[in-house]
Design a protein around this ligand. Structure first.
Ligand code: HEM
Length: 418
């Protein structure tokens, strides 16, 4: 099929429509036809090529949006507790604050630390599958997203942070409401619900921190309470709230979408489901390919703190760059036949796994802190789901959520079989 012919500005506009959000890929290709990184208007660029995105993510002169940049684009942001919460986190901070904020929790998410969660994640997965079996007995359809894919990440991160199990469903609801604040700020009215949820969560976090100060436990809340009270490098109150918020929200929907996409493609292409059931190592390449092919985070952005050159393109100070990670993941210069789903792309080869890893977790200083955890959850969850329910089948077509930046399935009704 011939590709869409349109200007980069028309393609970007289309990505803001329902059609664009339902299937953004043709519009990414329309932009790519103009180059790896292209200007859209003065001081605005969109980046779709793998090398250009990778370079931009690692370029020190390109900064994430932070309090300083929000002062320009959204001067009243401080009156919104939800935006204040995120803006005080590592995800929205640049050096030197970024390193200080990331360091407090980073050691808890290293691959060896995360590997210790293996048994806990297996148990949590099996408990959720038992619950699904009850819900789906007698052939009743079960929503795979609400009852499985969305529950596992909440359970895992809550365990690591130290949130009581009884509050997890409430957290998930609050976290989705607060996450609206990360979707861009064109409509401050849309932030009312996010602010209310942030205020409710802040009160809860404060209370929990007080309890851990009195009775320390082996969890991240205790660690954060110490980082708040101790010095040097202490976190102030907003930074503490921001850290908790970002740990909670960054992994909920994203990992749920990874598992949801993984299940959807396995049910569409049954040979993969069979291999996930039978081959213990197949899940590694399968999860990597899901990340490349249907990444939960499609886009991020950076702004230029000074003039710079990006692979031959002059980017003046003050420019804003939209980095489309999902388009970079389908760059034919990096991935032959990028539209073909192929979990065997990641078989050992010269250059090691880094030679083929997609950009779904970003790159450089802000590389996703939760990447080892998200990968482990999906590598455990998908084979266990398919083994437990060999006759798992689609009951109704899955429905995508109507969002672009963090994109995934809203619902996916399935039947479990006899
Ligand atoms: C499949 C699941 C996930 C995806 C696709 C994902 C994606 C990303 C991406 C693309 C970034 C970089 C954003 C940028 O550079 O602008 C990021 C950062 C981050 N992610 Fe994830 N993430 C996932 C799961 C998780 C989990 C489970 C956690 C839980 C701890 C987490 C915590 C974070 C944090 C704290 C950052 C900010 C790091 C920094 O700014 O230094 N993520 N994630």
């Amino acid at each position: 099929m011939a590709g869409l012919v349109m200007s980069p500005v028309e393609a970007l506009d289309a990505l803001g429509t329902v059609q664009g959000r339902q299937d953004p890929y043709p519009f990414y290709e329309a932009i790519r036809a103009h180059g790896q990184a292209v200007p859209t208007k003065p001081g605005r660029f969109v980046v779709v090529g793998h090398d250009a995105c990778d370079r931009a993510l690692r370029e020190p002169a390109l900064r994430v949006q932070d309090a300083r940049s929000y002062d320009v684009v959204f001067p009243s942001w401080r009156s919104h507790s939800s935006v204040r919460g995120f803006t005080s986190s590592m995800l929205y901070s640049n050096p030197p604050d970024h390193g200080r904020l990331r360091q407090v929790v980073s050691f808890a998410f290293t691959p060896p630390k995360v590997r210790r969660m293996h048994g806990v994640i297996e148990d949590m997965t099996d408990r959720l599958l038992d619950r699904m079996a009850r819900l789906g007995s007698g052939g009743s359809p079960v929503d795979l997203i609400a009852e499985f894919a969305a529950r596992l990440p909440v359970a895992v991160i809550s365990e690591m942070i130290g949130f009581p199990a009884k509050d997890q469903v409430w957290f998930r609801d609050m976290a989705s409401r607060v996450a609206v604040a990360t979707d861009g700020f064109t409509d401050p009215g849309a932030l009312t619900g996010a602010d209310a949820a942030m205020d409710e969560m802040s009160a809860y976090f404060d209370d929990l921190l007080d309890r851990r100060r009195r009775t320390p436990a082996d969890d991240l809340v205790t660690l954060l309470a110490e980082a708040h009270d101790g010095s040097p490098g202490r976190l102030d109150h907003d930074e503490l709230m921001g850290t908790m918020m970002v740990l909670l929200t960054a992994g909920f929907e994203t990992t749920s979408f990874l598992i949801g996409h993984g299940a959807m493609i396995a049910l569409e292409q049954r040979a993969h489901a069979a291999r996930l059931r039978a081959e213990p190592d197949f899940a590694d390449g399968y999860v990597e390919e899901i990340l490349r092919f249907e990444p939960p985070v499609h886009v991020t952005s950076r702004w230029a703190a000074e003039d710079l050159d990006l692979l031959g393109l002059s980017v003046p100070a003050g420019s804003k760059l939209v980095l489309i990670l999902a388009a970079a993941n389908r760059d034919p210069g990096r991935y032959p036949e990028p539209g073909r789903f192929d979990p065997d792309r990641y078989a050992p080869r010269p250059g090691g796994p880094e030679a083929t890893r997609p950009l779904s977790f970003g790159a450089g200083g802000h590389f996703c802190l939760g990447a080892p955890l998200a990968r482990l959850e999906a590598r455990i969850a998908l084979p266990r789901l398919l083994r437990r329910f060999p006759d798992l089948a689609v009951s109704e077509p899955p429905v995508y959520r109507d969002r672009w930046v963090v994109r995934g399935l809203e619902t996916f009704p399935v039947t479990l079989g006899s």
